[in-house]
Design a protein around this ligand. Structure first.
Ligand code: XMP
Length: 326
């Protein structure tokens, strides 16, 4: 019978059996899934685990600081932070195709993990401990949408499944692979993770890279980061965080429209708000947010974010739309 206690005990036994006395690294993204996976593996193998947080430059405002602070405080886990912005942005230069972006990001994540692994092995030195395992917070829906389920089409390559390179040398440890998000949250609670982590809204591993429709550049990322921070701030201020599943904020970088600001003509980009309600992200409905909140977000974004002169609302359910635009 399914209880979180059973899931935790069963997974801890499986992880110990799989990893043995070797060492593992866990990619931490700041999201619920990787946090719960890390906490579970830490419970199973303790100091044989090192978490690696890759700052790929596609993060939202304040995200890196939050991981460094909150997660370490909550778990006491060993954390290695890698600044890989340059590397990811170079790899993404000139690329607009969504699947190509996803594959590049998935590949670069692995390359950074391999480098971290080599450093850890070097540090372990004479102990000669093998770092052969990579822990990922892959969920059941990630597997299904990447075409790994039975009888399902390949919708998009989630960075930790279909986006993985073929030449990966790690053995994967994926203790959440059979779970849905709400179950993962329950497991996180059982493991004693704080509310701020367990109740976080989903944020995709490829980050803002798949929320810029068009080429990803540092300027565009900065612009989107500002718009996203405003939307999140206002949703939180309105007390709506628990009413919605998540709210992607998307920059249509290749679209321009005419506007008027002050007494001058502008020719700027639109920002899309994509608030959704969902149980498990497999299907979703657009959230009926209060008009006052939408108005406030729109006014603030167009006033405060240079080069944005229009805010539009996505009123598409999933299907036919997906939650993210890419
Ligand atoms: P879609 O866009 O497929 O999104 O309707 C479903 C849920 O998955 C998240 N998502 C991802 N999460 N890596 C992740 O960790 C990914 O590559 C990825 N792609 C989408 C998305 O935010 C939504 O919650």
């Amino acid at each position: 019978n399914w209880t979180t206690t059973n899931v935790v005990e069963e997974q801890i036994a499986l992880i110990r059996e799989q990893v043995g006395t070797k060492r593992a690294i866990c990619g931490l993204s700041g999201g619920v899934d990787s946090a719960v996976a890390a906490a579970l593996v830490q419970k199973a193998i303790g100091s044989q685990l090192t978490c690696v947080y890759v700052d790929h430059g596609l993060m939202r405002k304040g995200e890196t600081e939050q991981v460094e602070k909150d997660f370490v405080a909550a778990t006491g886990v060993q954390l290695k932070v890698v600044d890989a912005e340059e590397r990811f942005l170079n790899a993404l230069a000139g690329v607009s195709d969504p699947e190509q972006k996803r594959k590049i990001i998935g590949r670069e994540f692995i390359r950074v993990f391999e480098q971290a692994q080599a450093e850890l092995v070097a540090e372990a030195g004479a102990a000669g401990e093998d770092v052969a395992f990579l822990v990922q917070g892959t969920l059941y829906p990630d597997v299904v949408e990447s075409g790994g389920g039975t009888g399902t089409a390949n919708i998009k390559s989630h960075h930790n499944v279909g986006g993985l390179p073929d030449d990966i040398e790690f053995q994967l440890v994926e203790p959440l692979r059979q779970l849905f998000k709400d179950e993962v949250r329950m497991v996180g609670q059982e493991l004693g993770l704080p509310e701020e982590i367990v109740q976080r809204q989903p944020f995709p591993g490829p980050g803002l890279g798949i929320r810029i429709v068009g080429e990803v550049t540092r300027e565009r990322l900065d612009l989107l980061r500002e718009a996203d921070a405003i939307a999140r701030e206002e949703l939180t201020a309105a007390g709506l965080d628990r009413d919605i599943w998540q709210c992607p904020v998307v920059l249509l970088a290749d679209v321009r429209s005419v506007g008027v600001q002050g007494d001058g003509r502008t020719y700027g980009h639109p920002i899309v708000l994509r608030p959704v309600s969902s149980e498990d992200a497999m299907t979703a409905d657009w959230s009926r947010l209060p008009y006052e909140t939408l108005a406030k977000i729109s006014t603030r974004i167009t006033n405060e974010v240079a080069d944005v002169n229009r805010v539009v609302l996505d009123v598409t359910s999933k299907p036919p739309g997906t939650i993210e635009w890419e």
